[in-house]
Design a protein around this ligand. Structure first.
Ligand code: P6P
Length: 333
């Protein structure tokens, strides 16, 4: 049995020049996950944390009380460790510079969707936390600037998610593969349960909100019909599985193989998912596990960010399925 803490220390030993700051950030995320897990699992028991917070985030989405709670929990845990210079979140309009002596001298920044899929909480469906970590590019000793947050996804030094499902798992990468840890609440420990996770090259699940079918681009419509055709040689039809929680759909596809798609639509002409704290971290994980992530045709990790909350069409999962979707999109262009 290897705990997340032991794993982090073990991996840090692989880097003789490591200063322990990245390990400190991962420890802060671990603490946040335990606290959020606790509150999600008692959400139905105390009305004070269910439901809407009565405010909207910059996306115009009603903030759930647990969205705000998760966001503040992560901020406090990271500030307490002092290893992060700046923070950006789905729940905050702008980035936040941790403008303390320690914060100004920290090397890293973190972006997060603190509680993805939170509208599912009140109906007891899985939700997740997504995080993305970069080295800052602005001078150490000064407050972070927007340019620190506009780095391409390929510059990430670490990324991961916590899925609060039938069990709570933390899955992350620091660029040398993907490892999964299952939380044991009786011990208060994350235990290495899924070492060196690999996304199957092909899969049988496709995840997309087919209620929006009529508004999808032609290539996406053709890919969906391809998934539904009878063809035993390619094990079609595939199964449609859409949880309404990116982290949960991604996690199933990471384990079993599959593709998740949130394309452009009438409601979301640029796609719904946010590049910086949803697309990039999930794309980094997918590629590290042998999968792929594109905007339909181009790798997500190569997109140059221009806005903190910019949206992007998102195709992520098994390489063969992402490539097949790209074929239909390019043929219909
Ligand atoms: P829709 C949750 O809000 C989220 O960002 C993803 O986790 C999820 O896959 C998607 O949006 C669901 O969106 O429009 O299908 O309800």
């Amino acid at each position: 049995m290897k705990t997340l803490g032991e794993f982090i220390i073990e991996k840090q030993a692989d880097y003789p020049n490591a200063t322990g700051e990245l390990s400190g950030i991962l420890s802060a995320i671990r603490l946040s996950a335990k606290i959020i897990h606790r509150d999600i699992n008692r959400a139905g028991l105390t009305q004070d944390i269910l439901g809407e917070a009565g405010d909207e985030n910059i996306q115009g989405e009603a903030q759930m009380k647990l969205d705000v709670f998760a966001n503040e929990t992560m901020k406090k845990a990271l500030m307490a460790r002092g290893d992060v210079a700046g923070f950006a979140s789905e729940e905050d309009d702008s980035f936040i510079a941790f403008d303390t002596e320690r914060g100004r001298n920290a090397k890293y920044i973190l972006m997060t969707d603190p509680l993805d899929g939170s509208s599912n909480i009140d109906v007891n469906v899985s939700v997740g936390t997504i995080f993305s970590i970069y080295k800052r590019i602005s001078p150490i000793g000064s407050p972070v600037t927007l340019e620190d947050f506009f780095q391409k996804g390929r510059q990430q030094v670490a990324a991961g998610y916590v899925t609060y499902g039938s069990s709570t798992m933390l899955v992350y990468t620091t660029g040398n593969g993907v490892n999964g840890f299952t939380y044991d609440p009786s011990l208060g420990l994350f235990i290495l349960s899924h070492p060196e996770m690999k996304m199957p090259f092909h899969g049988k699940y496709y995840s997309i909100n087919e209620g929006q079918y009529v508004t999808f681009p032609e290539g996406v419509k053709k890919f969906i019909k391809y998934c539904q055709e009878e063809d035993p040689t390619t094990k079609r039809p595939y199964s449609s599985r859409y949880i309404g929680s990116l982290v949960s759909d991604f996690h199933r596809n990471l384990l079993k193989g599959g593709i998740y798609i949130y394309p452009t639509s009438t409601s979301y002409p640029k796609g719904k998912l946010r590049l910086l704290y949803e697309g990039n971290p999930m794309a980094f994980l997918a590629e590290q596990a042998g999968g792929k992530a594109t905007d339909g045709t181009h790798p997500i990790l190569d997109i140059q960010p221009t806005e903190l909350h910019q949206r992007v069409p998102f195709f992520v999962g098994s390489t063969a399925m992402v490539d097949k979707a790209k074929e239909f999109i390019e043929a219909s262009a």
